[in-house]
Design a protein around this ligand. Structure first.
Ligand code: NDP
Length: 417
């Protein structure tokens, strides 16, 4: 069962339908059931999949509604492709029903002014030293409950987080005895022709990008101002781009799961137009996540902004160019220093031709299907809450090649200074 039918889910569901030997039944559920029905009709009209598709209406903020749905559909796995706000309610419902859970983004609260959440957040900022609204502590706290229930939760199987962490497990298994540094480079060389639009949910995207940056070094977090650290990098098949250091969720799990790693950084490319628009929106208060009164009604500025911006799912036909996302590793193998880069290049228009979506949704939706397949087929199993780098990377890496995201290992990579 898939919760959500937005840009990412539309790709994941179509890939599940392509993989009908594993996904023989798929239930698509969100608050707007008409969207789920449209996708079901599209897949059925193509006539290529033997998956039986059903749809349902659910508000995933309600644990009770989720439990009722899960009990009636009886899925093997729930794939959460709604928003990070719903992670905990969906985890609770899976726990109550004894069903495996998979997602692509870690928990963050919708209302960051909620005093109950804020007190825990401020304590964490002080103790751990990074101020991002999202962190893994909330979901890692389910470890014992999932273990006791004998069910699996897989956190973060998109591209980043997701594939980047599987790349890391693969590098450690096949190329290194010890990984010292990891640079994760996320480049979108695509052009959609709009002065400003985001490639996935605008609210989640703008929150992430306007926040302080941070990286992991020698056992602790180093925090930077937003966009403070800038580098240029020449990306294979894309060219030279400006990229900026951001905080990103897989830094937290890789710091925990990759023994002895000394530094982990995350960079994302942005054009000047995107950054100028974002700064302006931030300066006038349009990125605020707390409710404000407007003509007698409460509105949340960033949610209003989302209504004005192009729907990321509509960017498919207009986006041209490629993404290049991957990781550079340095470390030691057989007593010698080595560096490698593992990356994927994905073409926006090729994705559009295949599933009607741009490459950001594609590069997230395909790994969401693959992570779910790992659980469905028992290739990844275990009771508890896991990040993807904790499992054997080989079957996942093979599936990336098979299902549309082939990767390359460069043993002589250009480094980031
Ligand atoms: P969209 O905004 O396009 O879609 C979100 C979907 O969630 C919609 O179908 C919406 O449907 C549904 N939804 C939202 N709230 C609820 C609710 N309360 N109950 C039920 N359904 C709900 O987002 P994207 O597809 O762009 O992103 C999906 C997820 O993927 C996000 O968590 C995002 O952070 C993550 N992501 C991960 C990446 C990675 O590489 N790891 C990269 C990009 C995104 P409706 O409103 O009808 O209910």
């Amino acid at each position: 069962m898939v919760i959500g039918c937005g840009g990412v889910a539309q790709v994941a569901i179509q890939k599940c339908a392509q993989n009908d030997a594993v996904f023989d039944e798929i239930c698509i559920a969100s608050r707007t059931v008409s969207k789920c029905d449209d996708l079901k009709k599209k897949i059925e009209a193509e006539g290529k999949s033997r998956s039986k598709i059903t749809t349902a209406k659910v508000n995933a903020d309600s644990v009770d509604e989720l439990i009722a749905l899960i009990k009636s559909v009886k899925p093997d796995v729930v794939l959460n492709l709604a928003l990070p706000y719903q992670d905990l309610t969906i985890m609770d419902a899976c726990l109550a029903c004894g069903v495996h859970y998979v997602d692509s983004a870690n928990y963050e609260p919708e209302d960051t002014e909620d005093p109950k959440w804020r007190a825990i957040y401020e304590k964490r900022c002080k103790e751990l030293g990074f101020t991002a609204y999202f962190d893994y502590s909330w979901q890692w706290a389910y470890q014992k409950k999932y273990k006791d229930a004998g069910i699996t939760a897989i956190l973060g199987t998109g591209f980043d987080p997701g594939v980047t962490s599987v790349f890391t497990a693969y590098a450690l298994k096949h190329y290194f005895d010890q990984i010292d540094t990891i640079d994760i480079l996320d480049c979108n060389g695509g052009d959609h022709g709009y002065p400003f639009a985001t490639n996935f949910n605008p609210e989640i995207n703008l929150r992430e990008v306007s926040a302080n940056g941070s990286y992991w070094e020698n056992g602790h977090w180093v925090e930077t101002k937003p966009m403070e650290i800038k580098r240029e990098y020449n990306f294979e098949q894309v060219g030279m781009k400006d990229m900026y250091l951001l905080h990103h969720e897989e830094i937290e799990s890789l710091a925990k799961n990759i023994p002895g790693v000394k530094r982990i950084r995350f960079f994302m490319t942005f054009g000047q137009s995107y950054l100028t628009h974002m700064k302006c929106l931030e300066n006038v208060g349009m990125l605020r996540t707390d409710p404000v009164m407007f003509e007698g009604k409460e509105i949340v500025p960033i949610q209003f902004l989302k209504a004005l911006l192009p729907d990321p799912a509509s960017l498919g036909p207009r986006t041209v160019g490629k993404t290049n996302i991957g990781c550079i590793y340095t470390g030691i193998k057989d007593g010698k220093k080595r560096a490698i880069k593992i990356y994927n290049v994905c073409d926006h228009q090729e994705c559009y031709k295949e599933v009607g979506s741009q490459a950001i949704s594609y590069t997230t939706g395909v790994p969401a299907m693959i992570g779910t397949m790992m659980v469905m087929t028992g290739q990844w199993k275990g009771a508890g809450v896991f990040n993807v780098e904790e499992f054997d990377p080989d079957p996942y890496m093979e599936a990336l090649n098979k299902w549309g995201l082939p990767w390359v290992v460069d043993e002589n990579p250009v480094m980031v200074d």
